[in-house]
Design a binder for this molecule. Sequence first.
Ligand code: ADP
Ligand code: MG
Length: 699
Amino acid sequence: MSQLDTSIQYLPGVGPKRAALLQRELGISTLDDLIHFYPFRYTDRSSITPIAEVTPDLAYVQVTARVVRAKLIGKRLSIIVSDGTGEMEMVFFKGIAWNAKRLVPGAAFTFYGKPQNFNGQLNMVHPEVDPPQAPGAEPGFTGVYSSTENLKNGGVTGKVMCKMQAAALSLCLHEVQETLPDYVLKDNGLVPVQYALRNIHFPKDSYALQKSVNRLKFEELFLLQLSLLKQKYVRSRGEHGIPMPKVGPDFNACYDALPYRLTGAQQRVIKEIRADMMSGRQMNRLLQGDVGSGKTMVAVLSCLIAAGNGYQSCIMAPTEVLAQQHYANIVKYLAPTSVRCVMLTGSTSQKDRRGIHEGLEDGSIGIIVGTHALLEDNVIFHRLGLAVIDEQHRFGVDQRSKLWAKGPATPDGTLPPHVLVMTATPIPRTLAMTLYGDLDVSVIDEMPPGRKPVQTICISPGKKNAMYKFLREQIAAGRQVFIVFPLIFESEKMDLQNLQNGYEEIVKAFPLPDYKVAIVHGQQSAEEKNFNMAAFVQGRAHILVSTTVIEVGVDVPNASVMVVESAQRFGLSQLHQLRGRVGRGAEKSYCILVKDFKTSKEAQQRLDLMCSTEDGFEIAEQDMKMRGPGDLEGTQQSGLPINLRIASLAKDGTLLSQARVYAESVLDRDPGLTDPQNARLVSELRKEKYDIKDYGKIS
Ligand code: ADP
Ligand code: MG
């Protein structure tokens, strides 16, 4: 047995009790686990900032200062310190007795923490307190490990953790095997693993630390990409797809009759799709494009390629409203072709169903648009060649696999249809590369010409009257207005009350008979909802007051203003989707974000970002930076495929791209990783961490 597998309880000063605690709190049981538990930051004991130079903008600072006075204010211990250049306050809400005892006037300490501004006074809340240090006295970095209340109570302090790491490294570091082949280290200028592990815990200097962090992050991202891409290579080498070599007359007829020119991005994406469908391999492509970027046309032309090769297509939308809208648009595009298109949803009558089932089975229907109803067992295709899925994140795994099974039967089994997944929720590239590392990704990054920018402003409730005046002007000019209220699950009752109050206020400001206000929310019956929605869509109501139930994708080109109430409560991608409801017609459009008086700094940042850009991808990138990728809308269901130990998808985008390109080059040379020099990679990929679910099959 190697030292790496030794239990941490045998480390000096640990024992069975602390070992159990570490196992419970951090999942660390062996020396190997321990040395892979890295500091999340470092204190640089060599740099001390004079208080005069401390500002709230700084991340973490260390000051060495003497206590001037200590005071208990309510439940808060306030310690004023001075270093001769200035004064600042140290604040404690916990450990008051202990801190009051040691932080006595005249005593000097080194304080480490995040400076902030509180009522014009510079302070730090719960700084780390150490004996005083002269500037530059003890150069170098000390790792800081994440901890828990229980660990601290159990005596596993930062210092104990450092001692454990030092002991573990001296026992087992020499046994740690290099995980990456020599050529990978050389190509990427990476330091060896043993060097990296020593310096991640006990950096010799800042250069060694940076090299070590880089090595460990690269390793993680590279192996992750290698694992994802390997699945893709395996798939693309198999010939399991329907070859569609032709374009066919229907494609050309539709193309030639288009009322507009395709944007460069649409053309490029169609070329990518054509190449996939011709290749004889199964297409698995994610099409990303902001709201209004023209994805429908791309879907239609793709279906016509299938039709040109004698195959049927289905287009699946998440809701009935969206399916209807798709169907209406698509039928228009298909007018110059001979392709028959039908719609199937939950509310299709039995009689119509029979005709549809027949048409699908005898092959006379070329394209079917619908909802989940398409997945039912009695929906049988003659030759399904392409499945288009709109707004992918609302479909579950089982549902997708049902679609796969509807492909044409061959002597060797069922051939899966080509799959095109369309999403309007922009996913940052770095995340897409990981979540969909196994899918090919196409992006429509260009809007059709003539789309007017939406002017976005953020106001406080005090400006409501001015806003109402503006809305009346818009309505007088023949426009319509959306007013959206937040409805957040936990406080549904209260929110509904807000909505009701808001509605009454609006009706008062926009009285009958001059104004008609419709209201839609989740507590209404389907009929009520449809009735009110239709009143707005058909222009009978001037204002639609609603919760976020207004469907993604619903099109009311005459609506020129989107008002979002309590906008600080919405996430960025939600705000972006809501704003996408306007700016679809010929008129200049507006988005008015009404914030409450109590709006946090983070919420204000989101609102400011909304006012500064309309670019969905930029918003998604920023969103990810502000919140971290786990919270991004559209990814909750799938979740992140892995837990990264040190790299961050939000922050290490450049390194991720580099790792991906490099992983591709490795697989280009050795697709099966059979070359002996890649044996290490194969054994790393076997580890559970990199055993990633096949995202291609579920998207
Ligand atoms: P998405 O589904 O990506 O949100 P749509 O496909 O619904 O967008 O297209 C939005 C609008 O833009 C539609 O009215 C469509 O007719 C129009 N459109 C699409 N492509 C173009 C183009 N190349 N030039 C002009 N208008 C376009
Ligand atoms: Mg659409």
